[in-house]
Design a protein around this ligand. Sequence first.
Ligand code: PGA
Length: 251
Amino acid sequence: MRKKIVAGNWKMNTTLQEGVALAQGLKEALAGKKVNCDVVVCTPFISVASVVEAVKGSVIGVGAENCADHDKGAYTGEVSASMVASTGAKYVILGHSERRQYYGETNEMLTTKVGLALENGLTPIFCVGEVKEERENGTFKAVIEGQMKALYGLSKEDFSKLVIAYEPVWAIGTGLTATSDQAEEVHAFIRESIAKVYGKEVAEETSILYGGSCKGSNAPELFAQPDIDGGLIGGAALKVDTFMPIIEAWK
Ligand code: PGA
């Protein structure tokens, strides 16, 4: 059975102290509770190591929001996958639409980043999704298929280690959520695409998360869809009170 996952993406919103406090608050809120999904928080690089420490002894997994497309060397300001892994973090978000849009990340770069993340034992949470215009002009499936192609050079074994996140760009931070039907349509499409390349078994085992204004009020309906295996949560992951109901949507 594929994993159910609720992952927070804090983006560039937390100082070190705020991040540690948020992680501690989440750890306390989860203590003693029956949790029916994997819980992950992806934090700014500056707090990854401290958050790993803060959540020790809890079910919370920790990740970064990006990593470099090089292994090591003279790349001032960059943070490599091996550095992320050295903190004890287990996940890394790759290909988030904000990275593609504002930092020019291409499929080619993302193929390299995914490879480096896997080599260093990290689980990539690989994001795909269309912009509003592509939704409206009906090219969204082709766009998503094109983004998925960045992964299709991987061996079956490596591909099986990935988590995919479908995040329609028009729904991120806008308060507009894809309806559960719209999201399910794309999730099922992604699963079919994976099945064509790696076979049905791998496709059935791949966790595909939804992201884009997911919150406590819409999570139950989204998560009830057969191909939605959890969420990648931005705004609502910044407070324990808004993140917990999404985790608890997995009954
Ligand atoms: P949002 O962000 O939940 O604030 O819409 C989701 C994301 O970008 O990962």
